[in-house]
Ligand binder design. Structure first.
Ligand code: SF4
Length: 668
């Protein structure tokens, strides 16, 4: 019997209209867990680097995490993986909401799409009955609208629907897949879904999931719930509101936006408004929040209520996701009211809430600087907010300049030329980053930005405080009950870390300590992404309820896999390396691993080189960032080493210099 997982994937060949229920190998679960881990294995095995993102041979994998559908609180993530049209690397974007548990209850761990449908279709998974249905009538419809229409025509109000909007249909490189109050946004995975001709996947499941040791598992779940109550009652003192508690309160629960509005950049990631937040703004923004927020809502099986339904007079109700309320507001140098209104349209179109506002602000900066002219913007309104709506409409339809902008700032700048690339100044691995520009190099963030393959920094950071408390007493108070650390040495790192002086950034934490910290943070995110856990209860906040000490117990009691901390660490390292291997095979190298040039004003080239050299070594990668044969062998990934040697990426020499990037074809 399989526990926690169903042991079956749905394989859908869209070209032939064929659907198969395929049993999976339980040994893969032991080696790679589930979710992201087994997604990476499938992409490695079945999508060679010659396959373009919009090839029928690219796969689009929707995976429930290993523990989704069990009673584990907050375990509801769908991990969507494919080759990104924007980065040309592996994209793995997570969505919360309700879809993944429903898929498990229907009897499947993953839906794997391959090929391309000649006509627009949607998939209807109703327990054992799975159909490919015509979606011609849904062409051009919004994501929320599509979900409603599908539920009505199926007469199944409980169906969970993941859908793309116009942006996905038109293969916009930052198109999202929307579901419930969540979305899988980063990497342009909605464009791949549109390219495959799939408008939506609706799922309804009524089966059970087996738990290996139900009593032990429920006891663990209760411990987590108790701890959540404790943390809600005891926020961490001395940090910004969004880091004081658990979950994603920046979505809709918190309206103190002093930190974001004063520290994140406005416009095209250029302008800081240090004194923006004052009593008047606070009052006005609170009134705006209260007037549009109908009710706070949670994802499946979670008490946190991070999101909210938003009802604005004259507009359909929608659900605010992630941080969209401020990304549009700040890119347009506008007001919160505008952010709520345009986010409704953007949600229906199905676009990423971080990239889209930046792309529009980038276009307007090019216009202001004469690189784009009136000819590129025929009929664009004069007011700033009107311009954003106008641009959004053109981008998702790929009309005029919108067709160029729809490929994101990196590719748009290349197409526009004439110095436009200096305005696309906020990219990592060809993807728009958070608009955060700072003064002094932070060595921990330098490593995370450089080597992160999840692209989004908020999905890499988390366990270690972002800055030290000013006094040792405060640091001691924090470290006192910090039981989540994998090793006591992390407490000492924090205790000795000072705001100024010898033991402050950029030279403290030391290079070796930075490696330990970044590795720990990344490991926790990768574990979440295999189990399907919301990072808001695990890898993102300080002192979370899920951590390296209780996760092995959850896996053992839930999935029936004999697990301990060392084995879990090794499994996470294994599939994290596999993600890197997929990307190395597609041409990613050290030269791609750098934060935006202007991310910090004060840079330290020698220190940065040492950081990267040391971290690469720490991870078992050679000086070009390629996993070495020895480290691959240690993780049981000899098949990766063999492939690397066959392709000339590694030679038989252990730390051979990498062959020049083969997949670095900058073609459209
Ligand atoms: S913590 Fe918030 S984002 Fe995470 S599962 Fe719960 S409600 Fe969803």
């Amino acid at each position: 019997m399989r526990y926690a997982e169903t042991g079956f994937n749905l394989e859908v060949d869209l070209t032939r209209g064929n659907i198969e229920r395929v049993e999976t190998d339980p040994r893969d679960t032991e080696l790679y867990l589930g979710g992201l881990g087994t997604n990476a294995k499938i992409l490695w095995d079945r999508v060679p680097p010659e396959v373009d993102p919009f090839s029928p041979d690219n796969l689009l994998i929707f995976s429930a995490g290993l523990l989704c559908g069990t009673p584990a609180t907050g375990c509801n993530r769908t991990i969507v993986s494919t080759i990104s049209p924007q980065t040309r690397l592996m994209a793995f974007s997570m969505m919360g909401g309700f879809w993944a548990p429903e898929l498990k209850y229907a009897g499947y761990d993953k839906v794997i799409l391959r090929g391309k449908s000649p006509d627009l279709v949607y998939l209807w998974i109703n327990d054992d009955k799975v159909e490919i249905r015509d979606a011609a009538h849904l062409k051009g419809k919004g994501t929320v609208e599509t979900a409603e229409l599908i539920r009505k025509e199926l007469d199944e109000p409980k169906a969970q629907v993941a859908a793309i909007g116009l942006a996905g249909e038109n293969r916009v490189y930052f198109a999202s897949i929307e579901q419930g109050r969540s979305s899988a946004s980063r990497g342009g995975i909605g464009a791949v879904m549109g390219d495959k001709g799939v408008k939506a996947i609706a799922v309804r499941g009524t089966k059970d999931i087996n738990i290996s040791q139900p009593a032990e598992f429920l006891a663990l779940c209760n411990e987590v719930l108790e701890y959540i109550k404790f943390r809600n009652a005891n926020p961490i003192p001395g940090v910004m509101p969004i880091l004081a508690g658990l979950g994603s309160p920046q979505e809709m629960a918190v309206h103190d936006e002093k930190w974001h509005t004063e520290n994140f950049m406005w416009g095209n990631s250029r302008t800081r408004r240090k004194d923006f937040w004052n009593e008047d703004v606070a009052k006005k923004w609170m009134e705006t929040m209260d007037s549009v927020r109908t009710r706070l809502i949670s994802c499946y099986n979670c008490p946190m209520k991070c999101g909210a339904t938003i009802s604005i007079p004259g507009l359909p109700t929608y659900m605010m996701k992630c941080f969209s309320k401020l990304t549009y507001t700040m890119a347009a140098m506008s007001d919160l009211d505008f952010g709520f209104k345009i986010a409704q349209r953007a949600t229906e179109y199905g676009v990423d809430g971080f990239s889209t506002p930046q792309v529009m602000a980038f276009a307007l900066e090019l216009y202001e600087n004469g690189i784009l002219t009136d000819d590129h913007f025929p009929g664009m309104p004069a007011d700033n907010e009107g311009r954003f709506y106008w641009l959004l409409d053109r981008i998702v339809r790929r009309e005029g300049i919108g067709d160029v902008l729809a490929n994101g700032t990196y590719w748009a700048a290349k197409a526009i030329g004439n110095g436009a690339d200096t305005y696309a100044h906020n990219n990592i691995k060809k993807h728009e980053q958070l608009p955060l520009k700072l003064s002094m190099l932070n060595p921990i963030y330098f490593l995370m930005y450089s080597t992160g393959e999840k692209i989004n920094i908020t999905q890499i950071e988390g366990q270690f405080p972002q800055a030290p408390w000013p006094t040792r007493e405060e640091r001691e108070a924090f470290a006192k009950d910090w039981f989540q650390v994998p090793d006591e040495k992390f407490k000492q790192y924090l205790l000795d870390w000072e705001l100024r002086g010898e033991k402050s950034i950029p030279y403290y934490p030391t290079v070796q300590m930075c490696c330990d910290i970044v590795d720990w943070q990344e490991r926790m995110h990768y574990i979440d992404d295999a189990l399907g856990m919301c990072s808001g209860l695990s890898s993102f906040p300080l002192k979370p309820p899920y951590h390296i000490h209780n996760y092995p117990k959850f896996i053992s009691a839930g999935a029936g896999i004999d697990m301990d901390e060392a084995k879990l660490t090794q499994a996470a390292k294994r599939y994290r390396t596999l993600v890197r291997a997929v990307n190395i095979r597609r041409g990613m190298r050290r030269k791609d691993e750098k934060p935006p040039e202007n991310h910090w004003k004060k840079r330290f080239p020698e220190l940065e080189k040492e950081l990267l050299d040391t971290y690469y070594q720490f991870k078992g990668w050679n000086s070009d960032g390629i996993p070495t044969k020895a480290s691959l062998h240690e993780m049981g990934l000899d098949y990766v080493a063999e492939d690397f040697v066959k392709r000339g990426i590694l030679t038989d020499g252990e730390d051979a210099p990498a062959k020049e990037a083969s997949a670095e074809k900058e073609k459209k």
